[in-house]
Structures are given as structure tokens and as C-alpha cells.
Design a protein around this ligand. Sequence first.
Ligand SMILES: O=C[C@H](O)COP(=O)(O)O
Length: 402
Amino acid sequence: MSTTAPSTTADPAGATPARTPKDSSNSSSSNSNSNSFTPILRDFLSQHPELRSQTLGTPAIMTDRYTNAEWAKQIAETVKKVGLDGSGVQVAKCEAPKAGSREFAKLIDHTLLKLDATQAQIDGLCAEARTEGFKSVCVRLNFVHRSVSNLRGSDSIVACVVGFHEGTYDTLAKLEEARAAVEAGAKELDVVLNHSILTRSSSSSSTHQQPPSNASLTALNTAANSKPTSGTTPSSGPYSNPSSNAQSEEIPDYSAIYTELASLRSLCPDVVLKLILETSQLNPTQILAASHLAAAANFDFIKTSTGFNGRGASLEDVKLMVAASQYLASAGVGSSGRKMKVKASGGVRCYDDAVKMVEAGAERLGTSSGLWIMQEGRQRVESGERPGPASRLYTDDTVDGY
Ligand SMILES: O=C[C@H](O)COP(=O)(O)O
């Protein structure tokens, strides 16, 4: 059982990261506790029994370093410094690489996550990634092995989603899935945040006697975080007036989120870890809280969306996350000097969308439209049209969501 602290680069925040499993009865081998298998993992292991080796060690749930109240205090400081719109941090403008270039392709995780994706479609995805030189293909666990084999000899890698798409599987299930993905050859993991932990507590102080279901939470959060239509101001969400939103809220279980992220980091010290926040479900304070916890656990990326829940990435999300990651690095949250990158994903469908996200500071794009984005970029260059919507950056309020 892996109970030791991870390597230096993997150490979650703080100078004294000594941690032990929270409860050894919760930490079990994937060979002995099939209750923690998600359906996709169960299928995967039945098809690939040879991939049950334990090069990564046994998943273990790590202890926390702070109480919820201590996390809340740290997060409040982050919110104060960054601001709910990121305006507390000066972010330098970024430039997109040349349209249609290999450098542009290296920003793209070429993504196919539909549940009904076929082997032929995955083979096509990999062939496109090889031809264009995309950074990765991003697939579900059941296609990692095939994708790795398809991409052998290319410089495109395989990224796998974990806990997709609701994020609500328990920590051990996510750890088991992460381990299987890495054993199968994934070099990057895109893990869905259990965002319901962040939103449940604020809902619980309202009219709900019972915790709402995930489906109703999704609807509530989507509504709360959608742009108001006719001059109305919602009581919560990114379009609310924070100063009028003074309801007393319980502190979310930050500790549960941190221990999950720290456990993933500890299990996979050498793998690029991205945390999918699902920003359509979160208000700016919650986005900053999730970013803070991801930095504390030494994640490599914060990513906006799954593409399966509410709207996709918005410029506002990306700007806020870029500002947060810059502040968190400068404040020494996580390993010192380490700055999380931002991945914009969900609804990035055309070249202009892609450029806007990159200019706002996204260093990776997750999109199922990668091929189109590259072709459109090349057409712009060939036609002599000025490639890129730089003059519209930050001023285009007509686009809601994407
Ligand atoms: O992570 C990536 C998303 O699932 C892709 O979403 P999209 O199909 O809207 O490009």
C-alpha cells in the first residue's frame, strides 16, 4: 500500500506534506474491492486483465492538512486578491500561434467522449491527431489502450477522462479509474471535480429539506449561472451582485475535495493532471475555491468544462481561471513556482473561438472540432484574411457562453 508522501513535485501545498491514509479501511487494492469500480472500469478490466498490474501502487486516500474553516479562510483570501472577475490580477495578453500551424495544433486535445463512440471513430480521431500533430487525443478509458497503440511513433499522446462526466463517483473509484488509465498508457488525466460538493452546501441552507438530486442540482446551477435575460439580477451566480448575496452559507466540504485531488496527485506523480471544474455549474467564488484546491494539490491544469453539462467554456471563465492560477502561483499555493495552466473546453467550435480562448490565456483547448479549427485557420492564411479576432477580444458581449 502506498502510504508515503509523493515526490517533491507532487507534494500538495505546504512545506510539511507528510500524509498517511485517512483510514486504511478506505484504502484498498483494486484487486480486492470491486465495489469501487465504475461501470467503465469494470468493463475495461474484464477486457484487459493484463492491465491490473500495480506499477503505480495501491490507491490510498490521503489525509488533509487543514480544517474546512482553515481552507475557507485561505480561499477567502484568494477571492479577495483575485476578485470575482479576475480584475485583481494583472494578466499579460497572450498571442496565439500562427493559424493552422503545428504549434497551434499542439494546443489542442482532439476529443471524442461520446458514449456511443465506435472503434472506427476512435481510429479516425487518432489518424487526424497524427496528421495534424495535435497534442493529444482525449478519450474515455475504454479507448485508451487502442489510442495508445494507434498513436505509437507519433508525438501525440493520450489523455483520458476520469469520473466523467458528473464527477460524483467516490474518491476511491476515481483513483481506480485513474490507475487503470495510466496502466493503459494515458499520459494525461482529465478528472471531473465533484462540483456538487461546492454547490450542495449553499443550496442546503435554502428550502431543500433533502439534498437535491444531481439532475435537479444541475438544473438549479445552470439557471443560477446563466446570463439573466431582461435586466433581472439573480440572487446567486456570476451575474448576481455579490454584495447583495449576503446569505449565510455553510462552508462546503473543501477537505473532501482536497483529499481527493491530493490522493490522485500522490497516486500519479508523473502524470499531467487536469481538474475539470464544470464552470457552468459554479459561481465565481466556487470557481476560485476549486482553483485554489487544485493548486494546493499540485494539479497541472484547471479545465473549464466537460462539454456534457450546461454551457461550455466562456471567456469570463477562462479569464478568471488564468488570473486565479497566476495569483495562486505567486502566493505559493502548492509547490512553489508551479503555475497551473488553463484548458478551455466545451463549445470551442471554430477558429475564432479558439483564438479568443488562447488570447485570454488558455494554454490548452479541449475540442471535438480540432480538425475544423485547423482547416479554418489554414483557409484564413491562404485567403490572406487577417487570421484571428484580436480586435474583438474582451469586447464581444454578444457571445454568451462560448
Ligand atoms: O473536453 C472536451 C469536451 O468534451 C469537448 O466538447 P465539444 O464537443 O463541445 O468540443
